[in-house]
Design a protein around this ligand. Structure first.
Ligand code: PEP
Ligand code: MG
Length: 946
């Protein structure tokens, strides 16, 4: 067990860094690892906590087996075996023997051998990584069937059609997945067979898998048709690969296992991992499970179910059932499913059993579970369970429901939701008043699969979705049904609309996982992907490029663009809606409660980056506990720019004094408003930071103006002076030039004016018996000497204001830590600073040497694609580099000054993952833009209980 634990820890997910590189780094100890490792676990051996090793599917099958639930016997090949394969290109030496031993045991138990010709044991070989990657990797069912054993299966089952149907599925899946035959070849042959059948039968109006009129359904194909299809399929395999479909069952199984390993690095799996930030070095486990059959006739079937509604969180069981079908038919939307409730009528005994099992699972996992099951001639089998994916709204509702039911506590409820989900709930939604008014035309109504309001141009294939979105268009991807190859298009689209498939279809599951708006199964819409058009009832036709709107919360589909309104969750935070007053299905209530849990446990305070009273007031409504960053440069824009220009151009002290004198009352008025909005809470005012040329006219424009004037011989003296000054101040690299504290040191009186404005504003508020709590922050400090000089002047100005107003102000003076040198000498800087606020934007820029204004647009895509990092370090703190400087500077600062207040005000302050890091390194607060405050509060709470 210790060995297992060690391995698990060794492969704990990392969010940053290059997955493929770490595989390469570990090459050295492969053989040692292989020697001591057990690569195959029977379902009776593992448990749900071994997901790192057995993958989610394997671990949960083991758990269900241990719970005594009806799981077909089988075994799991570990992710470790997959990693060895991916590293070395070969299965671990011991794997074959281990698989043989487990297969022997399975054969003994089942009383038949794999592929035995008179009564074959058949198995499924399925992928299953630690994190669910729906449909992104490979699976092969019915392994063990061959020309010989298909007859045995037919005899045993007393059903020839079933045996040939199973065989044709094997050749199709194996051909596609293992041998690399393009899937359409098989689909075309199947379509042709169905069409021929339809024509022969004169079938009319029945819809085949693709909805083709006049064709038969796959259920109309009889044993002879399917036998012929197998022959056709085998010929396709030979034609496409030059090889025969293997008849040896063990060879089938070994090749399928290898194909599953390889599918970890398939393009769609890689893309999905990038999208979901799943580390690339985990590998997949492989489960080998004895087959049970849902395609044995009408008393058989297969289904997917949820213990609660994954879309809304409403209590009750949900799911889809498909009679006489196998495996992935439900998810793929091949035929239309019936709601799970129908099963009660079709097979009451199995239904009852299923309900009992679902209850057992929910109680056991203490969460919403999703399951896959098969009924084989009235016998229910569980093929998979996992804690199910859900929408953001459902996550909040379910977490609070479970608290109410006494199943989990508040801390656990916090672990069950996250900031990304909360952010999603804060997106605007369609204006119902307009949407239902008749001003816009509703053209269809499907299943509300994944919430949100999305408008865009209709596109009918993933290629166009990607192409158009790259050129800046918003698109809605419209398909009959999606499959894993649509992943690129789904990522690119604003929303996804399908005409087939239920809440558990591929489109629904993947969209929900991505937090992307999706309406599925809008059956009244005829989707014609070949002609790139959608026809709605009443003859409305939407061509590629036409605007369409979909509402993933109601399932409604509209022609054209529907206006959006703020979400009820934002209204709640704004204080316009009170929890309990208008609960909108309990969502606001649930958010309110979860936020209260977070606020109760979090250690980090949350402040706002705000520089005007309006933003400050909103931030306060959103729960900000002060302002962590007021960027005063934002107060010098507009008409005040001219005053700054005068200050910069001043030749004499008198001119400078005059310019400063004009700025002072304006600044003071700004601060009075700000302190009023944040009365009683800290307001950190940062003195002027950006490069000064930002306040001056553009050098090119001015040069042209002067040149033109000169050519007309009417150049104006002022413009000439201005041009000279602009030339003098021009910098090649302004971000590393005259900005921040350097400005304060170079332009006499600038910082003193700002400090005076702050102090006088604070005194003014005090005189009004209010509670201003200003803090003065110096930007871009690289050495303590800079800070000492500025500080000395600031202390003097504050003392003057105190004396003049007779008010004791207690203004703390601190600094930003946003240069590597500041971080490295934080111990010295803390001598002169009462607080630090980490400016992680500039710190990231200077530690990496990445221009924050340029790199994300220029080469980050290439870096992300190469796996150099999984996410931009400007978005999520780079723990190893920038983060380690933050950690050491915090420690050094506190070593010098034990009570030193520590905050962060870079963009990372509102990033969920970064908030956890700042909690871990012991900062006192994070500061972020007002709209991110609820997310930061929630994540700070989650960090405290994680
Ligand atoms: C920072 O550098 O992280 C910061 C907050 O300052 P600014 O973004 O204004 O440079
Ligand atoms: Mg900065």
């Amino acid at each position: 067990m210790d060995v297992l634990r060690g391995l698990r820890d060794g492969y704990a997910p990392r969010r940053q860094g290059n997955p493929s590189r770490s595989v390469a780094r570990s090459r050295g100890h492969v053989s040692a690892r292989q020697q001591q490792q057990k690569f195959v676990y029977d379902f009776t051996e593992g448990n749900k906590d071994l997901k790192d090793l057995l993958g989610g599917k394997g671990a949960n099958l083991a758990e269900m087996t241990n719970l005594g639930l009806p799981v077909p016997p089988g075994f799991t090949i570990t992710t470790e075996a997959c990693r060895v394969y991916l590293e070395s290109g070969a299965e671990p030496a011991a794997l074959r023997d281990e698989v043989s031993a487990h297969l022997d045991a399975l054969e003994q138990r089942m009383g038949k051998r794999l592929g035995q010709s008179d009564d074959p044991l058949l198995v499924s070989v399925r992928s299953g990584a630690k994190f669910s990657m729906p449909g992104m990797m490979d699976t092969v069912l019915n392994i063990g069937l061959s020309d010989a054993s298909v007859e045995g299966l037919a005899a045993q089952a007393g059903n020839e059609r079933f045996a040939w149907d199973s065989y044709r599925r094997l050749v199709q899946m194996f051909g596609d997945t293992v041998m690399g035959v393009p899937g359409e070849r098989f689909e075309d042959a199947l379509e042709a067979a169905k069409r021929a059948k339809g024509t022969a039968k004169g079938a009319k109006g029945t819809k085949g898998a693709k909805g083709t009129e006049g064709a038969a359904s796959d259920l109309d194909l009889d044993a002879a048709d399917l036998r012929q299809l197998v022959t056709d399929y085998k010929q396709i395999v030979v034609k496409e690969t030059g090889r025969e479909f293997p008849q040896d069952p063990r060879e089938q199984m070994d090749l399928a296992i290898r194909a599953v390993f390889e599918s970890w690095n398939g393009e769609r799996a890689k893309l999905y991992r990038r999208q979901e930030r799943i580390p690339g070095d985990l590998g997949t486990a492989v489960t080998v499970c004895s087959m049970v059959f849902g395609n044995l006739g009408p008393d058989s079937g297969t289904g997917v179910a949820f213990t609660r509604d994954p879309a809304s969180g409403a209590q009750g069981t949900y799911g889809d059932y498909l009679q006489n079908a196998q495996g992935e038919d439900v998810v793929a939307g091949i035929r239309n499913t019936v709601p799970l409730a129908e099963l009660e009528r079709i097979d009451p005994a199995s239904y009852e059993k299923l309900m009992a099992i679902m209850q057992t699972l929910e109680e056991h996992y203490k969460d919403l579970c999703d399951i896959e099951f098969t009924i084989e001639r009235g016998q229910l089998w569980m093929l998979q369970t996992r804690v199910g994916k859900r929408t953001a709204a459902a996550a909040f509702r379910i977490a609070t429901q479970l608290v109410d039911q006494g199943v989990i506590d508040e801390a656990e409820a916090l672990r069950r939701v996250n900031g990304a989900q909360l952010a999603q709930l804060m997106f605007p939604r369609f204006d119902e008043a307009v949407a239902d008014s008749g001003d816009v035309r509703r053209i269809g109504w499907g299943i509300a699969a994944s919430p949100g309001a999305a408008t865009g141009k209709a596109v009918f294939d993933s290629y166009t979705a990607v192409k158009w979105s790259r050129s800046g268009e918003h698109v809605i991807l419209i398909r009959r049904e999606t499959n894993p190859d649509d992943l690129n298009g789904m990522i690119a689209a604003e929303g996804i609309l399908t005409s087939r498939g239920g809440k558990t279809s591929h489109a629904a599951v993947v969209a929900r996982g991505m937090g992307k708006t999706c309406v599925c199964g809008a059956e009244e819409l005829e989707v014609d992907t070949k002609r790139r058009r959608l026809t709605a009832p009443g003859g409305v036709v939407i061509e590629e490029g036409d605007l369409i709107s979909i509402d993933g919360s109601s399932g409604k589909v509209y022609l054209g663009e529907v206006p959006v309104v703020p979400s009820p969750v934002v209204e709640y935070f704004e204080g316009q809606m009170h929890a309990g007053a208008d609960e909108r299905d309990g969502l606001v209530q649930a958010v309110h409660r979860v936020m209260a849990y977070a606020d109760r446990v979090r250690r980090l305070s949350v402040r706002a980056n705000a520089d005007n009273a309006e933003d400050a007031a909103r931030a306060r409504r959103f729960g900000a506990q002060g302002i962590g960053l007021c960027r005063t440069e934002h107060m010098f824009l507009g008409e005040r720019r001219e005053l700054v220009e005068r200050l910069v151009l001043a030749d004499t002290d008198a001119e400078r004094e005059e310019a400063l004198g004009a700025l002072l009352p304006l600044q003071k008025a700004d601060f009075i408003e700000l302190f009023e909005a944040m009365d009683g809470l800290p307001v950190t005012v940062r003195l002027l930071d950006p490069p000064l040329h930002e306040f001056l006219p553009d050098i090119t424009e001015l040069s042209v103006r002067v040149a033109l004037a000169e050519s007309r011989k009417d150049a104006n003296e002022n413009d000439l002076r201005l041009l000279q000054a602009v030339h003098k101040l021009h910098e090649q690299n302004p971000m590393l030039g005259l900005r921040g504290v350097r400005l304060g040191l170079v332009i006499p009186g600038l910082f003193a004016m700002q400090v005076r404005a702050i102090a006088e504003a604070a005194a003014h508020r005090k005189a009004a018996k209010c509670d201003p709590r200003a803090e003065i922050m110096i930007p871009l400090v690289g050495t303590v000497q800079e800070l000492e000089i500025v500080r000395e002047e600031a202390d003097r100005v504050i003392a003057e204001v105190e004396a003049a107003t007779g008010t004791r102000l207690k203004l703390a003076i601190g600094t930003m830590i946003e240069l590597p040198r500041a971080a490295l000498t934080a111990g010295q800087i803390a001598e002169a600073a009462e607080f630090f606020s980490f400016g992680t934007n500039d710190l990231t820029q200077t530690v990496w040497g990445f221009s924050r204004d340029d790199v994300e647009a220029s080469f980050f895509t290439a870096y992300l694609e190469k796996g150099i990092f999984g996410v931009s370090p400007f978005e999520t703190i780079d723990r190893d580099g920038v983060g380690s400087l933050v950690r050491s500077a915090a420690e050094a600062g506190r070593a010098t000054r034990p009570g030193l207040k520590l905050g962060i005000c870079g963009e990372h302050g509102g990033d969920p993952e970064s908030v956890h890091f700042f909690h871990q390194v012991g900062l006192d607060y994070v500061s972020c833009s007002p709209f991110r405050i609820p997310v930061a509060r929630l994540e700070a709470g989650r960090a405290a209980v994680s």
